[in-house]
Design a protein around this ligand. Structure first.
Ligand code: UDX
Ligand code: ADP
Length: 470
């Protein structure tokens, strides 16, 4: 088992794609195959033109161009990849359940289970199966049961599976550097001789580029819970500073000054204290809901309530921002054009999952506003899919109230207000005088990310609202 020659990863998404690209880049002697049932996605990963890769991440195209075709392959042949690999990463999506028990809270493990069953059916030789997707604690146990109890009887008994938990800590927009210079890699496995051997095989892969001290090994459950906990702590910091932002607005304190002052305390630290319109992304909300669900299931209601408050605060921040726009615009936005700069949940990604922009737009459309969006990387259809997914109104009505343009100046022309929803760097460099001149007056600017120079904007003539500033 020690000599690893072939690795595969099921799921070519935001986690599987970049992670495998970096593993292949750093381990040129190992063949890495990324498989997905979505043929369109695989075709995009194989596109000659690197601008067409299915996800946008700074530095990703360079890594892919070095490794693709050498020892990095993208394919739809899932069975073949499973059969040929000694290590199989599972990196499929684990959305929050939208039905049944745990609806709106628990992670939907349907895709994970299908993968486990497929591996059990196909595997003829020993495999190390690695959970990469964020999963509730004790999922490894379920995967193990499926692997050991399904599959053809003829060879089931002879095949050994080791399950490892290797949670992903990369953040979108910085995925490649997060992988190349990881603070730590966490590998959880059984503390048996076979389990330890499997852990070592995975340690060796990461040790190709990371110092040994940064590769932590634990038992499976600690590893699984650490992932949920890390995301819950990070999200909690954002909700904490956002809670303070509302207090700042009411008192005349400035949230950036408060964040700087507290962040200089080395026990608190300066990161993740940027007040905003609310956190988004595929992980924070899902992982906290998951944590809450686990705590509730175990009867730990105080623990559950404590973490749920992080989500409640985040929802409040999004609602508060949209309400601020409406109240400032003389309590009516009906028929008014509101320009949105940004739709992605953060800069440097084309991912929009749980983006605050979607919820703010939804609330404004409820008020019959005409929202006009510009985002440097998000595709038009994605935005319509996002707003339709909320199911607040018909597609036709959404199309009437949500317009998407490919030029920021066009988005802002004749608008009553501009709302900044994503902190894209390029927004700072726009010709704001020109934008102001082409807007309806008074020209309102709602900076949901506090990226613009407030004084300068006021100097131009904008009526400015920034998060956490009176
Ligand atoms: C997160 C974790 O950081 C990562 O370790 C994990 O593997 C996946 O989840 P990601 O969701 O990609 O990564 O991005 P992150 O940088 O954590 O930002 C999440 C959200 O919080 C974004 O909407 C961001 O804009 C917001 N945020 C972050 C703030 O509003 N303020 C901050 O100070 C930091
Ligand atoms: P993440 O952010 O966790 O990477 P994504 O949704 O971006 O999530 O990617 C998950 C990928 O997993 C999708 O491209 C989806 O098509 C793929 N997938 C889901 N189930 C399976 C499966 N059984 N076999 C192969 N690929 C799968």
């Amino acid at each position: 088992m020690k000599d690893i020659k072939n690795i595969c990863c099921i799921g070519a998404g935001y986690v599987g794609g970049p992670t495998m690209a970096v593993i292949a880049d750093k381990n040129p002697t190992i063949k890495v195959t990324v498989v997905d049932i979505n043929a369109e996605r695989i075709a995009a990963w194989n596109d000659e033109n690197l601008d067409n890769l299915p996800i946008y991440e700074p530095g990703l195209a360079e890594v892919v161009s070095r490794a693709r075709g050498r020892n990095l392959f993208f394919s739809t042949e899932v069975d073949k990849a499973i059969e040929q690999s000694e290590i199989i990463f599972i990196s499929v999506n684990t959305p929050t359940k939208t039905y049944g028990k745990g609806k709106g809270m628990a992670a939907d493990l349907k895709y994970i289970e299908l993968c486990a069953r497929q591996i059990a059916e196909v595997a003829k030789t020993d495999k190390i199966v690695v959970e990469k997707s964020t999963l509730p604690v004790r999922t490894a146990e379920a995967i193990k049961t499926i692997l050991n109890q399904t599959g053809p009887d003829s060879y089931r008994d002879g095949v050994n599976f080791q399950i490892l938990s290797n949670p992903e800590f990369l953040a979108e927009g910085t995925a490649i550097t997060d992988l190349q210079e990881a603070d730590r890699v966490l590998i959880g496995g059984d503390q048996t001789p076979e389990g330890k051997e499997a852990i070592q095989a995975l340690v060796d892969i990461y040790a190709a580029w990371l110092p040994k001290e940064r590769i932590l090994t634990t038992n499976v459950w600690s590893s699984e819970l650490s992932k949920l906990t890390a995301n819950a702590f990070l999200a909690q910091r954002v909700s904490s500073i956002n809670a303070i932002s509302e207090l700042c607005e009411a008192t005349g304190a400035d949230v950036n000054e408060v964040a700087k002052a507290i962040g200089m305390d080395s026990r608190i630290g300066p990161k993740f204290l940027q007040a905003s319109v609310g956190f988004g992304g595929s992980c924070f909300q899902k992982d906290i809901l998951n944590l809450v669900y686990i705590a509730k299931s175990l009867g730990l209601s105080k623990v559950a309530d404590y973490w749920e408050q992080v989500i409640i605060m985040n929802d409040h921040q999004k609602i508060r921002f949209a309400s601020k726009i409406v109240s400032t615009l003389f309590n009516t936005v009906s028929g008014k054009k509101i320009a949105f700069l940004g739709w992605a949940f953060k800069k440097d990604t084309n991912d929009t999952r749980e983006s605050a922009a979607i919820y703010v737009a939804d609330q404004l459309i409820d008020e019959q506003a005409n929202v006009c969006v510009f985002d440097p990387k998000v595709k038009i259809q994605k935005m319509y899919d996002d707003i339709n997914y909320l199911d607040s109104r018909t597609d036709q009505l959404n199309k009437r109230h949500l317009q998407v343009v490919s030029n920021p100046y066009e988005a802002c022309k004749d608008a009553h207000a501009i709302a900044i929803l994503t902190e894209w760097d390029e927004f700072k460099d726009y010709d704001w005088q020109r934008i102001y001149d082409q807007m309806k007056k008074p020209a309102f600017l709602f900076d949901g990310r506090n990226i613009l120079d407030r004084k300068k904007m006021k100097g131009i003539g904008f009526e400015v609202y920034s998060i956490g500033k009176a």
